[in-house]
Design a protein around this ligand. Structure first.
Ligand code: TA6
Length: 280
């Protein structure tokens, strides 16, 4: 079952309910903000302080960072993480199978987008909701010039408590530490007991988030970089739409083309960033 729903303030989202799971995707930003298999904990964390209002990215779920990740390289008046997550997308297609539903959203360049980024493009975002969750963001260059993008599926995972988790799969990977502005190498699994803001490179194997008895496997394609972020106490207190204890129950593991993993897309060519998320 698929329906278009509206919050009292008019904020629109698509609700999906099938035989295995439920999901909710806002038209603004094609922003997946809920996914849960029946009878299980939600996969994604969403802040209780998130406003769900026009022009403001939902704090949590899977914000789409596009066509740049982080701050714009030459104009810091432009929004962090690009504009795709705060503009309205079109809900263009749905396919229902026995145990999965696929929904597709489209964002095309316009006079609005060209005020931030001067290229012609089409973004197609397919979300497959079943016992697994697959996110597939395809950029088509419909311009006559090549362009470069950086991007991320900025996934906020819901966790039992930050002290219970560890992340496997990044041992020996190089990363940029955004807190110290230094390049480091990961030794062993990641545990979190302070602010963590790292962009890992050369990542070509699945990453596994272990949270007590629950394991979440993130298998990326079209991506060689992964961002791991937790704001911890002080930054959490300073950030918008965060509650004081938000950092305790969320961890971002972001499937990305970030920094050195930028992608050049030639005219009329495409690039797809795909994340397959399996729950154990
Ligand atoms: O992906 C990590 C990060 O770049 C952090 O530095 C932090 O800024 C986070 O994204 C949240 O960014 P946002 O623009 O959503 O507040």
């Amino acid at each position: 079952m698929i329906s278009l729903q509206h919050l009292p303030n008019g904020f629109a989202y698509v609700e999906v309910r099938n035989s295995v799971a439920t999901a909710k995707i806002a038209l603004q930003g094609a922003h997946l903000f809920h996914y849960a298999r029946h009878g299980e904990e939600a996969l994604l964390w969403v802040s209780g302080a998130s406003a769900f209002k026009e022009g403001e990215a939902i704090r949590g779920g899977v914000p789409l960072c596009w066509p740049w990740f982080g701050m714009h390289l030459s104009d810091d008046s432009l929004p962090q993480h690009g504009f795709a997550r705060t503009v309205l997308w079109e809900f263009v297609e749905t396919t229902e199978e026995e145990e999965a539903t696929e929904v597709t959203f489209l964002l095309k360049s316009s006079a609005t987008t060209q005020q931030w980024w001067p290229y012609h493009f089409e973004l197609l975002y397919r979300i497959r909701i079943g016992s697994e969750l697959t996110l597939e963001l395809t950029t088509r260059n419909s311009d006559e010039s090549a362009f470069s993008i950086t991007q991320a599926l900025h996934t906020y995972f819901k966790i039992s408590h930050i002290s219970n988790i560890h992340v496997k799969g990044l041992h020996n990977k190089p990363y940029y530490d955004a807190l110290t502005h230094t390049k480091q190498i990961q030794h062993g699994d990641i545990t979190v007991n302070e602010e963590v803001d790292r962009v890992y490179q050369e990542v070509r194997e699945p990453i596994v988030l272990i949270d007590k008895q629950r394991s979440i496997t993130i298998d990326n394609e079209g991506s060689d970089s992964v961002v791991v972020w937790n704001p911890w106490v002080e930054k959490c207190a300073r950030m918008s739409a965060m509650e004081a204890t938000s950092y305790e129950t969320m961890l971002c593991i972001e499937s990305a083309n970030a920094f050195d993993d930028e992608r050049i897309i030639e005219p009329h060519q495409t690039h797809t960033l795909r994340a397959r998320i399996q729950l154990g």
